[in-house]
Design a protein around this ligand. Sequence first.
Ligand code: UTP
Length: 289
Amino acid sequence: MIKKCLFPAAGYGTRFLPATKSMPKEMMPVVNKPLIEYGVEEAINAGMDGMCIVTGRGKHSLMDHFDKNYELEHQISGTNKEELLEDVRELIDSAHFTYIRQREMKGLGHAILTGRELVGDEPFAVVLADDLCVNEEQGVLAQMVALYKQFRCSIVAVEEVPDNETHKYGVISGEMIKDDLYRVDNMVEKPEPGTAPSNLAIIGRYILTPDIFELIEQTEPGKGGEIQITDALLKQAQSGCVLAYKFKGKRFDCGSVEGYIEATNHCYENIYLKDKKSSELAKKVTGKK
Ligand code: UTP
């Protein structure tokens, strides 16, 4: 039902300089996989197959990552290293990837509007790959798609943050309509300390209905002189309906050094080591070398 996922990935990643001077933030590895690959996996698990990536200058490696590398594949063909590429090969085969460049970094709202050409006139998901989300049972996007099927309106994922951190996020307030689900009545981008309408902060997962594009077009630059998706979503909430969903799972802010280290430790222990053990076990059972 929701087939496309938009990845705004044109930002400069200044919080992670100098690492992001010539490397896209989205290509930073968490253990042995780049951030964007975790996002694409989450979208595929939620039933999507169109990955629409908004890139910018110096982001070629994003495109190369989701393409064949004949020289490398030839080099490792027939060796036990081949299996290290298995996951990404499978990923490339199960989705199609399209790209568009955002020429000027005018904010997240503007990046989403730039993706309109790729998305067309249908509801779509948005993933900010530097927010890494993990949940053992059902991924965050899959949880949101299930809600979209029921409510058919834009949905933002939110999480409770401490009061002294609300100024880093878009913050919502609204009426709780059922467990963990709110109908948004207000939204403020990066509120001044002490003025946030609640401590429910928007994280990097959205489902948007396509009328959002026109609302973004009508949105003037807001906080930081950028075109903010939060401002367009507030208009949508006031004229129709936007839901905020307190998702199940854990989210790591990999745009910050602390969040990135936490994500790395978590993924190493809970994903990488477990996968390694199960593939070793599978080899023992099958006798495969
Ligand atoms: P951020 O503000 O978190 O990312 O934007 P940033 O600008 O890359 O990082 P810092 O703050 O300088 O460290 C949220 C998301 O929106 C994308 C970014 O790539 C990121 O995924 N974005 C932001 C764009 O694609 N274009 C923009 O003009 C702004």
